[in-house]
Design a binder for this molecule. Structure first.
Ligand code: FRU
Length: 616
């Protein structure tokens, strides 16, 4: 059973999202229509939540929260007009003992065609002491991080402290579309079991709380205490400016720095990513100069005074969309003594398969300037962290132990993130992944991406083990586990003979399938989700994505794959590529089959594990 916690109490499920069984709708709630588009909702004290009824397809109402007659904050909520899709909880606990009134303004467009009084929402406003977050959707991931409810985009501000991985994320707690951007907060001791916490940073006078970063400040350079977590984020309203905050209670609550903003720029600049640079004894910060397609590089002694030192990226790499969510860190090459810096630059649109994607540059960094590696022709190659359509805003944890560079990405794409067929929640994050660098046969250094070792603890049972399958024209079919909607991990090695293409198909009895084709001649693995299940919610969803396998001649292709209820992540066994794609089969895929129409191949070391669901 899922629960949500507030600062002081743990609330156990008891009320459905639609809350039919709470006290009669309206009890303790007084609704007073002031005019065609203006309504006051007054609530009696003594309850933990006010449940607000939402209809996803409706435009936003402006909800002004008045506390003791004064404006406390303003929310945008798609208050139900003709039907209630679900309810979202508004936390009343922090206002205990105070008078709470919502002054709600619905838009002219809806009141011009009908009177606000007729809207469905009013009779469904309800008071409650609990809020049930039990999953009731088939596509809610079983083992990926996802919010208990509401909209999520970028993971951001991630930091490791005292054995705990803190994951903050762009969150709308008041609906499953992008609005009211706050930092949601989850934490984990093992990167697979996630505990959900109250919202960490909420919109304030400077605007929405956009993406940013966090780090420990053991040298107490900012003066917030040596155990403080320090965070920088973008305050987004009429302009995009950078704000500082800190937490002295292990990331639970944050104090906003009164001297904000600490950085301003005239054109859109966002997603500050800072780290302590031990080599120079200064803080470094990268800021995405979004429309200018460059990353601004700053230094600071104390996180408050920042100096712009250089800019990287004009004219380099993919340039077709806005540049967002940077990261910069050093990694060993091929696990040896030599180190290189990896600069992450998320871009939207302009990804290789349309929409959002994460590109990166490899190079050198002296604390002031990033100098990218060039290929033999003197060009700076464009490189991608993942070769699926659903991997974005990927950034790393600060202060991870054992020199690990662990990242996580948003498993969606701005092209259709708000249209995917889910309701209680929208979006999940990828599995946590470990970054490394390897030298490919073309002489270039690329990133390697491995699922974090903790992911192995998800394994429940080894349900299939086949040492060798000879594969030809007729598909060799192997049944997938059925427990928990078939969530599983699949591993195998493909030894392709005579340059045969090998096709790997996941399918169900509805004829829905994902087809992957390994072409040893091309050195690629493709992923076709055009017939994978529900695809018609967006014309951008049906697609084929292609990954380079970076293999050497006669080397087998080692594949490791994770199938959750609405996603498939494919990794090359040593991490040479990753490919992340969403899928919405109407029933779980029940078989995997291997075939080679034009030749012969061996599939060896096939292992299929059923996995433990973490979110149910
Ligand atoms: C990336 C992004 C960021 C921004 C955030 C807002 O997905 O556009 O640049 O900070 O989302 O939610």
């Amino acid at each position: 059973m899922n629960k949500i916690t507030t600062g002081v109490v743990t609330l156990i499920a008891g009320v459905s999202l639609l809350n039919p069984e709470v006290m009669a709708a309206g009890e303790g709630v007084t609704v007073n229509h002031l005019g065609v588009n203006n309504t006051l909702v007054r609530v009696d004290g003594g309850h933990k939540f006010l449940l607000m009824p939402v209809q996803e397809s409706i435009d936003d109402a402006t909800v002004n929260v008045l506390v003791d007659g004064k404006l406390d904050r303003t929310l945008s909520v798609r208050l139900a007009k003709t039907k209630v899709d679900y309810c979202v909880p508004f936390d009343l606990e922090k206002y205990a003992g105070h008078d709470v009134v919502l002054n709600i303004v619905t838009s002219q467009s809806r009141s011009s065609v009908r009177d606000v009084k007729e809207d469905a929402c009013w009779s469904h406003f309800a008071l409650s002491d609990t809020f049930d977050t039990t999953n009731r959707e088939k596509y809610r991931p079983a083992f990926h991080h996802t919010p208990l409810y509401g909209w999520m985009n970028d993971p951001n501000g991630m930091v490791y402290k005292d054995g705990v991985w803190h994951l903050y994320y762009q969150w709308n707690p008041y609906g499953s579309k992008w609005q009211n951007l706050s930092w949601g907060h989850s934490s984990s001791k093992d990167l697979v079991n996630w505990e959900h916490h109250p919202v960490a940073i909420e919109p304030n006078g400077l605007g929405y709380v956009f993406s940013g970063s966090s780090a420990l400040d053991p040298g107490n350079t900012a003066g917030f205490g040596k155990d403080a977590i320090v965070s920088l984020y973008t305050s987004a309203a009429a302009s995009q400016i950078q704000s500082l905050a800190h937490s002295n209670d292990n990331g639970e609550t944050f104090e906003i720095y009164p001297g904000n903003p600490v950085i301003t720029q005239e054109s859109e600049a966002r997603d500050p990513n800072m780290f302590w640079n031990a080599a120079t004894g200064q803080w470094n910060l990268l800021l995405a100069h979004a429309l200018d397609h460059e990353m601004l590089i700053y230094t600071s002694p104390d996180l408050k005074e920042w100096t712009l030192r250089s800019a990287f990226g004009k004219g380099l790499g993919a340039q077709d969309g806005v540049w967002e969510c940077p990261d910069l860190f050093e990694l060993p090459v091929d696990g040896g003594e030599t180190k290189k810096w990896m600069l992450i630059c998320n871009i939207n649109p302009g990804g290789p398969f349309g929409g959002s994607a994460a590109q990166y540059f490899i190079g050198d960094f002296d604390g002031i300037t990033f100098v990218p590696d060039r290929d033999a022709e003197g060009n700076v190659p464009t490189k991608w962290m993942d070769f699926g359509k659903d991997h974005y805003a990927t950034v790393s944890w600060s202060d991870a132990p054992d020199n690990r560079r662990t990242v996580i990405g948003w498993m969606s794409n701005w092209q259709y993130a708000a249209e995917v067929p889910t309701m209680q929640f929208r979006s999940a994050n990828t599995l946590p992944r470990e970054m490394g660098l390897f030298t490919a046969p073309d002489g270039q250094v690329y990133v390697s991406t491995m699922p974090s070792p903790e992911v192995e603890t998800l394994r429940d049972r080894l349900v299939v083990r086949q040492n060798r399958l000879s594969v030809g024209k007729n598909p060799r079919k192997v049944a997938l586990p059925t427990a928990n909607d078939g969530i599983c991990e699949i591993e195998f090695d493909i030894f392709a003979r005579k340059n045969a293409n090998v096709s790997v198909v996941l399918s169900n009895d509805k004829g829905e399938k994902v087809e992957m084709v390994y072409s040893p001649v091309e050195g690629t693995l493709s992923f076709d989700r055009r017939n994978s299940g529900i695809t018609d919610f967006s014309q951008d969803f049906p697609s084929v994505t292609v990954a380079p396998t970076f293999g050497k001649d006669n080397e087998p292709l080692k594949v490791r794959m994770f199938v959750d209820r609405s996603s498939i992540e494919v990794f090359e066994g040593d991490g040479k590529f990753a490919m992340t794609n969403l899928v919405f089969p109407t029933s779980p895929y029940s078989n995997i089959s291997f075939s080679s129409a034009d030749g012969k191949a061996d599939v060896r070391n096939l292992k299929i594990y059923s996995l433990t669901p973490m979110n149910d």
